[in-house]
Write a protein that binds this ligand. Sequence first.
Ligand SMILES: C[S@@+](CC[C@H](N)C(=O)[O-])C[C@H]1O[C@@H](n2cnc3c(N)ncnc32)[C@H](O)[C@@H]1O
Length: 242
Amino acid sequence: VSAPGVIWGVGLGPGDPELMSVRAWRLVSQARRVAYFRKRGHPGQARRIVEGLLAPEATEIPLEYPVTTEIPVEDDAYGDALRAFYAESVERLLAAAGEGDVVVLCEGDPFFYGSFMHLHERLAGRAAVRVVPGITGMSACWTATGAPFCWGDDVTIVLMGTLPEATLAARMRAGDAVAVMKLGRNLPKVRRALAEAGLADRAWYVERGSAADQRVMRLADKTDDAAPYFSIVLVHGRGRRP
Ligand SMILES: C[S@@+](CC[C@H](N)C(=O)[O-])C[C@H]1O[C@@H](n2cnc3c(N)ncnc32)[C@H](O)[C@@H]1O
């Protein structure tokens, strides 16, 4: 381990700042070096959650994705661009950790499909890394529906809308409670897969769960296919209960 400072991956929860853990709140408000991912030209969801909480003297280290949805994930150029970006981000974090602890802001839980995982893997053996868990986005979203999500022996399946339609439908059939993340332009495909799995009439749609502009509705009542990145489809389980 080379850097003297600890690199913290801090889960901030799903959007409402009050859903941050006490530890996350303490680390973020006391941090002198704060890093976060964002898309170029956008503030970044994690940074937005801590608005007003950072110390005035904190140094911010924005890590800007070179690509997001401009190149298909299967394209070699996508992988190459991201590998180079993560490698460079790691060097920036290590340089900052040379000065002391660094807090990396993570939306939701860092180890639940979080970008921080790509840094964590590359930092192994090069710096002390510690992770603070957070409430996941999907947890805020099922809470927003006002109904419990999984019961008794229910098998809960978490899927990405980026998967092929046939895979989505097959995996949906294998689950009792189903969450589908990364909707965006995949929503029409997710709707077709739900219909194939016989779940279309039970699906809910939640946008920006727990944030001030949260939206919740039955998917069948959603008349368009516009879905932002922070949106999810949920099918509640109907498992055993006394
Ligand atoms: C790369 S994953 C990151 C998950 C995050 N680490 C977590 O613990 O929730 C991003 C996906 O999570 C879902 N998501 C995360 N937070 C959300 C929120 N507040 N409302 C709706 N969807 C959310 C969306 O489906 C989004 O495409």
